[in-house]
Design a protein around this ligand. Structure first.
Ligand SMILES: C[S@@+](CC[C@H](N)C(=O)[O-])C[C@H]1O[C@@H](n2cnc3c(N)ncnc32)[C@H](O)[C@@H]1O
Length: 235
């Protein structure tokens, strides 16, 4: 982990949901297995960023490791970072139980990872960047750019608010009012905590941050007014 000056943002402190808690790790893993098809997501990602068998990929904020493990079936090596040691312990056990030996788990994040001389063919981060305030998102994006080979791909998925939403008060009130009654209460609580305490930003801010950090946005998609994906190329 990099030694950083005292004035640096402390990314090791969990913001919003506490992914450093053992209960949260188990519950997150179960929840994702129910609501996502991660092997399929990894396959789609491989096509999207044209992953080759010899590629070295960095995933930032790997959580319980499912996506890194799936990616590792399509490339030479995945380096999977997370600031939560509990998440990493869980992910590492999962990788061992599935006999995936080409995933390296490292306790570090966007700001603290020391890549040494390593440069990656692609960097992926999903549902993580909103843990940093905007200024630090920019520093994180610059770090990512510096760890990518020239022309390397960067895939970002995160909760990003849409500039097409005319009024956020009524947008969120309506969102919570119209959720299906069977929605898990914990998911609703987490969504509220996300809006209240985490640092999701606007689409126009995110676009500026990505471009100023030295990327060209090749593909962009925004779903449901809050879930954005960006496929970026290092210029
Ligand atoms: C919502 S989970 C997403 C996990 C996984 N990427 C996924 O798509 O399921 C957020 C994860 O990001 C980690 N995290 C939070 N801040 C981080 C940072 N600054 N750098 C790296 N990981 C971070 C948390 O510990 C947690 O495991």
């Amino acid at each position: 982990m990099k030694e950083l000056p005292e004035w640096y943002y402390d990314e090791l402190i969990q913001v919003g949901t506490d992914y450093g808690s053992e209960d949260e790790v188990l519950s997150y893993d179960r929840k994702m297995a129910t609501i996502r098809n991660i092997p399929k997501e990894a396959e789609i990602m491989c096509q999207l960023i044209n992953i080759q068998p010899g590629d070295e990929i960095l995933e930032i904020g790997c959580g319980t490791g499912e996506f890194s493990i799936e990616l590792s079936k399509h490339c030479k090596q995945v380096t999977a970072l997370d600031i939560s040691q509990k998440m990493l312990d869980f992910a590492e056990k999962k990788a061992k139980s599935r006999k995936r030996e080409n995933v390296r788990f490292v306790n570090a994040g966007f700001l603290t990872f020391d890549s040494g001389d390593e440069v990656y063919d692609a960097v992926v981060t999903q549902l993580v960047l909103h843990h940093l305030p905007d200024f630090w998102k920019f520093i994180a994006l610059k770090n990512i750019s510096s760890m990518l080979k020239s022309g390397g791909k960067f895939f970002l998925k995160d909760v990003v608010f849409s500039s097409e939403t005319p009024d956020f008060d009524s947008y969120f009130s309506q969102l919570f009012r119209t959720m299906p009654p069977e929605t898990d209460e914990k998911i609703v609580e987490e969504m509220k905590l996300h809006i209240k305490e985490e640092y999701s930003t606007f689409d126009w801010t995110m676009k500026g941050l990505i471009e100023q950090a030295g990327f060209r946005i090749e593909e962009y998609e925004h779903k449901n007014g809050f879930m954005a994906t960006y496929l970026c190329i290092k210029e």
